[in-house]
Design a protein. Structure first.
Lengths: 375, 624
């Protein structure tokens, strides 16, 4: 009891908070930001052009934002959990109503100073929301019908709003983020097993309901050489780029596949392909190690946190980041069908970076305030 | 509180357990990704590197430089010249409309030409080369160069193209080149291999026959290209090889004279070395300028050539099947001597006409020649004598001798695909081809080179050459150093049974030109250096009716298409013969008045040129 009182009343000073920073995580994030800038510079053909400039601005602003966030007590992030979720759902509804349509889907909403993709934010805020939902729940109540139904609604509501955009890829990623929280919250194993089994059984029916372009993506994934200049083009060119990189790569700014514009979407989803072509196996492995350290630090912060909310958020966020990276890489390496999923921090795209940085900010805050208990 | 803390412990245990499971899963997935990277980048690296190079490197072939044709003395008769061209790459031009209208003014392009250029522009990609003009005059080319300052993106280019400096002189021999079409590409491997858009290939003549030697190999440029096929940078330039230059046996001076002699006439002249078989001149008239075809012939020029009644497109030397007329008589005489049918003292009385098997056969001389022996009959070209000899000889024996001397067979083998075989008839042939029996009357007119018998001018030349060289087989050829084809085993095998017979025929031909009453006496040259022996021929184009015979019209009184062909075959110098020739003038009337005088002029030049030719040949040996 004594301890409890002491710690909850303990208010950290500014410099104490500074000392509590996870510098390894910070350095890794900055390093990743630097690599992403260099790669963006390469996609611009070795010149500082629109993409490089814009990426730099976002990186600078959002890193600053992350630092500011880390100084704010984790209690505060806990308290706004539901509100943030509702706000983003509101944005999704707004997107559905007045969104900007681009290349066949309505994903962006114009907020006057920025064009935002709320579905990217939802990947993070669904974790915040569910983490709060499970924070105070007793273990025996976790598997109650009420809990499961509520959490399913929390997941399915934004998912539905994203699917109608239509953006199946992001919807799936939101679901994975949410399910991650359910997993760590202690939902019975059998539900996961049933879900996986049910998914596998229903797969043929799901495919039947897919849109023609989505079906094509699946078929192309199974046999990319069938239509090398059409649907299979992206994946074939991507594999050629990665494969031709070799052990040490073709050298910075020397990736012929990207420089000569054989690579599709090289700024966004396929950014890893370009990086891998120029820096080879060694460079890719180093990038993976940086990501691994980041995830490891996130998990470690979660383990050292005293509050259940911080723990569950860090674990789930680490898992989500890991899944985003894995899906993006598997996609460009030809292990998964093409689903639009950016590589965190590396890919060009403000909303995705904003979401990731918010996640890092909350993790940092959890680290700085790791002795904070939340009632 | 106790409850709560025990619940907290349970919760912590649960979440940590699940974190452990998740962590292990992450580890294995990470290993999966790394091994996939390893597989692609290390194990399969070579495969993907090749694919990446295939992606980015593209080859551009440039038109190869075509080999030349030289005459015997090394003069270029089909060469290459630098064509001044104007190229525009549309995407490099800021204001295409301005530039193209400016060019239209400067080049004085007609509306039609201008439209063609615009159409071409729409067909190509913006970074591909648009050829505005492929053969500019020097004046226009320099004018463009002076105005380059406001013609951004316009490139004056010097490109290599075919040129025939002697224009119509060698057209039928060498042929011409023109843009390759689908058939050319499919039929010739070398064209397929070296094809580039705009490649010019041989269409007829030697240009076509020796395509594979002449064509050369492409220059190859390797460029790095982007995904849209745009060139980014040049990686390599591989110089091609120029095609082989072919030296011909032709003497341009003689060829030019032949062309001059046949000006405004339809016909052919060929001249041949009687020992080596080297063709010194070979011309078919009328001819046309092959340069017209190089950049595509205009519709007007094409119609003019195609519709000319004298048929300039036909190579009469090789394709013209003519009745040999009296030029066949040396072979008839030789065949009769060889077969022992006649001897030098055998005589026939010519009364101007003779009745045989109920038909009347006329001699060309109404009054008749009286009693004629072989020598006299040859000299005066008495038809009656040869009717009688042919009757006694029979067509089968005659055709055997004629074929031995190269009639009825392609002279150049497969050198020219257009060459005709002619026709030496015999009883077997008629039965096979026409399904009818041979009539004796047909033998009789074959004896004076009429009826079914047909020969080409080059065959007559070869026949004369083989009589002149003492009766030895030779193989005519046009290309020097064509050794493989040049040395068949039976070269110089005797074609006679008794060499005395050849001498008798030669002497009779000599009389025909150099003795009073001889048919070509007026065309003789007394100077022994140039003295030649020749046999005239007048080939009827249609059967002469009795009425016409009565009228006895002069040549100019008969319509052009019905006039006789004038022929002449000769060899010289008589003392030590070296060259044989054949002249044929379509519808030229009489052999002795039209064709024989040409031989006079030809022999003067040929024999004068012989010394130069020989010295070049000896020099060549010395050089070796």
């Amino acid at each position: 009891m004594y301890q409890h009182t002491r710690l909850t009343t303990n208010r950290l000073g500014f410099f104490q908070k500074f000392r509590n920073f996870d510098y390894i995580l910070l350095v890794c994030i900055l390093l990743l930001g630097f690599i992403s800038l260099a790669t963006m510079y390469s996609t611009d053909g070795g010149e500082i052009k629109f993409h490089t400039k814009s990426h730099f601005t976002k990186l600078a602003v959002f890193t600053l934002m992350m630092l500011v966030m880390s100084f704010i007590n984790i209690k505060y992030w806990f308290s706004i959990g539901y509100l943030a979720y509702v706000a983003v759902v509101g944005l999704l509804v707004g997107t559905y109503l007045f969104g900007i349509t681009s290349s066949g889907s309505q994903r962006w909403i114009n907020l006057y100073f920025i064009n935002l993709q709320p579905s990217e934010l939802m990947k993070i805020f669904i974790i915040v929301c569910l983490a709060k939902f499970f924070h105070r729940m007793k273990l025996e109540n976790v598997n109650s019908i009420y809990t499961i139904l509520t959490s399913l609604i929390i997941i399915l509501l934004p998912m539905g709003l994203v699917i109608v955009q239509p953006d199946l890829g992001t919807a799936v990623l939101i679901a994975i983020s949410g399910i991650g929280v359910l997993w760590f919250a202690g939902i019975n194993y059998k539900y996961f097993i049933y879900t996986i089994l049910g998914f596998i059984i229903s797969l043929p029916f799901v495919i039947a309901f897919l849109k023609p372009y989505q079906k094509l993506r699946v078929l192309t994934f199974l046999n990319p050489d069938k239509d090398p200049l059409g649907a299979g083009y992206q994946i074939i060119q991507s594999k050629i780029a990665v494969g031709s990189g070799g052990i040490f790569g073709k050298g910075f700014l020397k990736g012929t596949q990207s420089y000569l514009e054989f690579l599709p979407e090289k700024h966004t989803d396929f950014i890893f392909t370009l990086f891998s072509e120029e820096f080879g196996f060694v460079g890719s492995a180093i990038l993976l190690v940086i990501y691994a350290i980041i995830i490891y630090r996130i998990v470690a912060i979660g383990a050292s946190s005293r509050s259940y909310f911080a723990k569950i958020f860090c674990y789930s966020f680490g898992a989500a980041i890991f899944v985003f990276i894995t899906i993006n890489m598997s996609m460009v390496l030809g292990l998964l069908p093409i689903v639009g999923s950016p590589l965190p921090i590396m890919s060009y795209g403000g909303s995705s970076m904003l979401a990731t940085m918010i996640g890092f900010g909350i993790v940092m805050s959890a680290r700085v305030h790791n002795q904070q208990l939340i009632a | 509180m106790i409850n709560s803390s025990s619940d907290n412990v349970k919760k912590l245990n649960s979440i940590n357990r699940r974190m452990f499971i998740t962590g292990s899963l992450k580890f294995f997935v990470m290993i999966g990704i790394v091994s996939r990277l390893f597989f692609l980048q290390v194990k399969e690296n070579k495969k993907y590197l090749t694919l990446s190079d295939k992606n980015r490197i593209r080859e551009w072939k440039l038109a190869p430089v075509r080999g030349e044709f030289h005459d015997y003395f090394g003069n270029v008769i089909a060469g290459n010249f630098e064509a001044y061209q104007l190229h525009v790459i549309p995407e490099q031009v800021e204001d295409f409309r301005y530039v193209i209208y400016r060019l239209k003014d400067l080049l004085e392009l007609s509306d039609n030409e201008f439209k063609k250029v615009l159409k071409k522009k729409n067909e190509i990609k913006p970074w591909e080369t648009l050829i505005v003009s492929d053969n500019l005059s020097w004046q226009k080319f320099s004018k463009i160069n002076n105005h380059l300052y406001d013609l951004n993106g316009v490139k004056p280019v010097i490109s290599i193209s075919r040129n025939y400096p002697f224009k119509e002189n060698f057209t039928h021999l060498i042929g011409y080149v023109s843009q390759a079409n689908q058939d050319d590409i499919e039929s010739t491997q070398a064209i397929k291999k070296n094809f580039v858009p705009g490649l010019k290939v041989g269409k007829v003549g030697l240009e076509k026959t020796f395509e594979e030697k002449l064509i050369g190999t492409n220059d190859i440029e390797r460029y790095e290209v982007n995904a849209y096929g745009r060139r980014i940078s040049q990686l390599e330039f591989q110089k091609g090889e120029k095609g082989k230059t072919l030296r011909l046996t032709i003497d341009t001076e003689v060829q030019k004279l032949a062309n001059e002699l046949l000006k405004d006439k339809a016909g052919s002249i060929c001249v041949m070395d009687i020992y080596t078989g080297a063709v010194v001149a070979m011309h078919s008239s009328p001819s046309f300028d092959p340069n017209l075809f190089v950049f595509g012939i205009s519709q007007d020029d094409w119609q003019l050539i195609r519709n000319d009644p004298m048929k300039p497109l036909v190579n009469k030397t090789l394709q013209g099947n003519y009745s040999p007329g009296s030029t066949i008589k040396p072979i008839v005489a030789l065949s009769a001597l060889e077969n022992g049918i006649v001897n030098t003292s055998f005589t026939v009385r010519c009364t101007g006409k003779t009745e045989m098997y109920g038909q009347t056969y006329h001699c060309w001389k109404k009054k008749g020649h009286g009693y004629v022996s072989l020598r006299n009959a040859m000299k005066q070209s008495c038809d009656t004598y040869f009717y009688e000899v042919a009757r006694k000889l029979g067509v089968d024996k005659l055709s055997e001798t004629a074929k031995k001397f190269g009639l009825g067979e392609k002279v150049f083998g497969d050198l020219f695909d257009i060459e005709k075989k002619g026709l030496i008839p015999n009883t077997q042939w008629k039965k096979n081809a026409l399904g009818k029996g041979w009539l004796l009357g047909e033998t009789i007119i074959t004896g004076i080179g009429q009826g079914y018998i047909q020969t080409t001018p080059i065959q007559l030349c070869l026949m004369t050459a083989q009589i002149a060289n003492g009766g030895y087989k030779i193989y005519p050829h046009i290309v020097v150093d064509d050794k493989a084809k040049d040395q068949p085993i039976d070269k110089f095998t005797p074609l006679y049974k008794n060499s005395k017979n050849i001498k008798i025929v030669q002497d009779a031909i000599f009389g025909s030109t150099n003795e009073v009453m001889g048919t070509s006496y007026r065309s003789r040259i007394d100077n022994p250096k140039y003295q030649f022996a020749g046999k005239t021929g007048t080939a009827q184009v249609k059967k002469i009716t009795e009425e016409e015979r009565e009228l006895d019209l002069k040549t100019f009184q008969i319509p052009y298409e019905q006039r006789d062909h004038a022929l002449y075959v000769a060899f010289g110098p008589y003392k030590n013969p070296r060259y044989a020739l054949s002249v044929i003038v379509e519808h030229g009337g009489n052999g002795s008045t039209t064709a024989a005088p040409m031989a006079t002029k030809l022999f003067k030049l040929i024999i004068d040129r012989h010394k130069i030719r020989e010295s070049l040949r000896n020099k060549k040996y010395l050089e070796i």
